[in-house]
Design a protein around this ligand. Structure first.
Ligand code: ATP
Length: 207
C-alpha cells in the first residue's frame, strides 16, 4: 500500500534522516519512535504530502503521491498532534464541520450517539475550549469513526487520553486493521503487546 523510498530530510542544516526505506501493507500498523526532535513529525508530514523531502519518494499503491495527490488524499486521514478541533465550536458542531468536509451524511442522532461512545455525554453542546485536554482529544478522534480512508497517519493520538480512552482507541485501530486499513503513528505508548502486525521504526537523534 505505502512505500517509502530513499527519503532524506534536512532541517536547519541538520539531516534528520537519510535514505529511509520501508513499506506498510494493508492490515499493518507501524509505530515511529525516537527522542524529541528526531524528526518523527517531519517524517509524517512528508509521507502525508504536506512537506517535500529533500530526496526520495512516497508511493501509494505504486503511484508517486506527488504526481496524483488528489487521489492519495482521498485514501488518507491525517490527525496531527495539534488536535484540529475548532475550540470556538461545540463538539457537535466540529463533527458537523468534518462531515461537511468529507461529504458524509450522518443524522443528528448518529452524531450524538458517536459522541456518547467517545465518552462525551452531556458535553456535546458546550464550546470545545471549555473541555479538558483529553476530552478535546476525544473530539478530534471522532474522525476515526467517520472516515473511510484506508491509510491513517496519526501524530501522538494517545496524548492526554486516560486508560479507557487508550483502550477504546486501540480497539478502533484493530477494527481498521481487520478491515484492511493501515496505520502509521508516532506515540510514546508501548504498543508491543497490543497489535500482532506492529512494526517499529526508530529514528535516532542525529547531530
Ligand atoms: N518548519 C520547520 N522549520 C525549521 N525547522 C523545523 C521545522 N519543523 C521542524 N523543524 C526542526 O526539525 C527537527 C525535528 O522536528 P520534529 O517535529 O519532526 O521532531 P519530532 O521527532 O516529531 O519531535 P517531538 O518528539 O518533540 O514531537 C527539530 O529540530 C525542529 O526544530
Amino acid at each position: 500500500m505505502l512505500e517509502i523510498k530513499a527519503l532524506t530530510c534536512i532541517k536547519q542544516d541538520r539531516c534528520l534522516f537519510e535514505s529511509l526505506n520501508f513499506s506498510l501493507l494493508s492490515g499493518q500498523i507501524m509505530q515511529i519512535e525516537g527522542p524529541n526532535g528526531a524528526g518523527k513529525t517531519s517524517l509524517l508530514r512528508i509521507i502525508s504530502g504536506f512537506a517535500r523531502p529533500d530526496e526520495g519518494n512516497v508511493l501509494f499503491n505504486n503511484q508517486n503521491i506527488a504526481e496524483d495527490y488528489d487521489n492519495f488524499a482521498q485514501s488518507l486521514l491525517f490527525i496531527g498532534h495539534r488536535t484540529g478541533v475548532n475550540l470556538q465550536l461545540t463538539a457537535y458542531e466540529n463533527v458537523q464541520h468534518w462531515l461537511g468536509v468529507h461529504g458524509y451524511g450522518c443524522t443528528e442522532d448518529e452524531i450524538y450517539s458517536l459522541l456518547g461512545k467517545l465518552g462525551l455525554v452531556g458535553l456535546e453542546d458546550v464550546p470545545a475550549r471549555t473541555l479538558s485536554a483529553g476530552q478535546q482529544r476525544r473530539v478530534a478522534l471522532v474522525r476515526l469513526w467517520l472516515n473511510q480512508a484506508k491509510l491513517w497517519i496519526l501524530d501522538e493520538p494517545f496524548t492526554a487520553l486516560d486508560k479507557r480512552g487508550v483502550a477504546m482507541l486501540q480497539g478502533r485501530f484493530q477494527e481498521h486493521l481487520d478491515s484492511g486499513g493501515s496505520i502509521l503513528l508516532t506515540t510514546h505508548q508501548d504498543l508491543t503487546n497490543s497489535f500482532s502486525s506492529l512494526q517499529t521504526l526508530v529514528l535516532e537523534y542525529r547531530h
